[in-house]
Write a protein that binds this ligand. Structure first.
Ligand SMILES: [Zn+2]
Length: 440
């Protein structure tokens, strides 16, 4: 399984809530992947898999040379501005009336004279590789300079209008990320895809003067931990504190620890606070979609919560049984913005206490918030105060109030922006969010 991951603020804005969430769903398998060196060129899978089609259109203001990728033979030289409609046949590629690459399943298209190559209306730097795979699928890869790639990704993952030091911190994250991506697209032979699954890449169109500046001013800079280039994860908003990786993806890593995130702008940051209301039926349906049937939902309990307020274990209690989820699943199973939330049943109150001390105050938690109950006491059979949730049983709906947007591990983009606005440099920003890293 692949680890999915980073989702920039800008990319988020463009996607529906539930789509965003899928970005973070994936399981964390690749975190251990580390790279030891810089590569000046990387490969981006623009089209692959069963829905990759069987044709593509190319042109370039400088002309395009088409080669047999296996032996370097020139198959065709397109003139400046000439359009090539390349179709995949049963054994190779052809452009009608221009070249016949039957029996040639791998070709490369190289723009000439330093020009971009336009692939299906979008311009790209570098060159394009096309392959007819043995299963008949089309594979379309853009080979591009690492810094050009980062410059494009920056424009998609963070707005180019953000402070330059925040963009520079993001540039190092993006550079580290692609070099550490490892083998998540196993079998296809490219480093990253162009979507939120890896990092959103839009070719030349998503570059900007500011993103190129951020890349240039961090040229060659990589973040290392214990001497290894490591994946620098990021997300939009923490809501005040980031999270240690083990509370989200399960295994601890020394550079991914919870830190205070006090520079996020609570008024502007995406989903710094949020509230979602779900009916009992909606929750039951989400559980069924996840393969869980507990009958009629009676109660939801959040069983474990971290210091930052993120839920790491919660239980759904129903007429036919109970179901507990842990870590990131606490967020994804209901499609929430973050793992940091409290669940409040509507139409009733829960009596909750903070300790087993008989003199401890008792608070009432309702959809309106939390408040003390004067002169109220509750004793369990053992004479010890404990949580009484009876009032919430069978609530028709639940208010889920939370904070933050994204997985919460690593750098908060809104926090980075706040730090940059307060005079911190990109290296200070990175050292804040990634414990004990070296930059160089
Ligand atoms: Zn991917």
């Amino acid at each position: 399984m692949s680890k999915t991951v980073n989702m920039g603020v800008k990319a988020m804005k463009k996607k529906l809530f539930f789509i965003c969430l899928t970005v973070f769903v994936a399981v964390f398998a690749a975190i251990g992947v580390q790279a030891s060196e810089y590569r000046s060129e990387i490969s981006v899978g623009l089209r692959y898999g069963p829905s990759s089609g069987d044709s593509a259109t190319f042109s370039s203001s400088g002309g395009i040379n088409v080669y047999n990728a296996a032996d370097g033979t020139l198959l065709y030289a397109a003139q400046s501005g000439e359009e090539l409609y390349v179709q995949m046949g049963s054994t190779g590629f052809a452009a009608m009336g221009k070249f016949d690459g039957s029996g040639i399943p791998k070709i490369s298209l190289q723009p000439q004279n330093g020009s971009f190559i336009i692939c299906d209306t979008k311009p790209y730097r570098g060159y394009i590789y096309l392959e007819r795979r043995e299963n008949g699928e089309l594979l379309l890869i853009n080979y591009v300079g690492t810094d050009d790639y980062v410059s494009s990704v920056l424009g998609k993952e963070m707005s180019y209008s953000w402070p330059i030091e925040a963009l520079k911190a993001q540039a190092v994250c993006a550079r580290n990320f692609v070099l550490c991506r490892g083998n998540v697209h196993k079998g296809y032979g490219f480093d990253v895809c162009a979507t939120t699954h890896c990092q959103v890449y839009g070719g030349v169109e998503s570059e900007h003067e500011n993103t190129r500046r951020a890349v240039n001013e961090t040229k060659g800079v990589l973040a290392k931990y214990n001497g290894q280039v490591v994946a620098l994860y990021f997300f939009a908003t923490s809501g005040g504190k980031t999270e240690s990786v083990e509370n989200v993806w399960g295994s601890p890593y020394g550079y991914l620890k919870a830190v205070d995130d006090s520079y996020e702008n609570a008024d502007k940051a995406s989903k710094y606070k949020w509230s979602v209301k779900l009916t009992r039926e909606e929750i039951e349906q989400k559980l069924i979609a996840a393969g869980v049937n507990i009958g009629t939902l009676k109660k939801i309990t959040t069983d474990k919560v971290t210091d930052s307020g993120r839920v790491t274990q919660m239980t759904f209690h129903g007429s036919e049984g109970t179901h507990s989820v842990k870590l990131e699943k606490c967020r994804t199973i209901l499609g929430l913005y973050s793992q940091k939330f409290v669940v409040m049943p509507d139409g009733g109150i829960s009596i909750v206490t903070t300790s087993g001390n008989a003199n401890a105050p008792i608070y009432a938690l309702s959809s309106e918030g939390i408040g003390g109950i004067a002169g109220y006491s509750a004793l369990s059979e053992g004479g010890v105060l404990k949580s009484i949730n009876a009032a919430s049983d069978g609530a028709p709906s639940y208010s889920i109030n939370g904070g933050g947007y994204g997985h919460g591990v690593g750098m908060s983009q809104w926090g980075a922006r706040g730090m940059a606005e307060n005079g911190f440099t990109y290296d200070q920003i990175l050292r804040h969010y990634f414990t004990d890293i070296e930059l160089g």
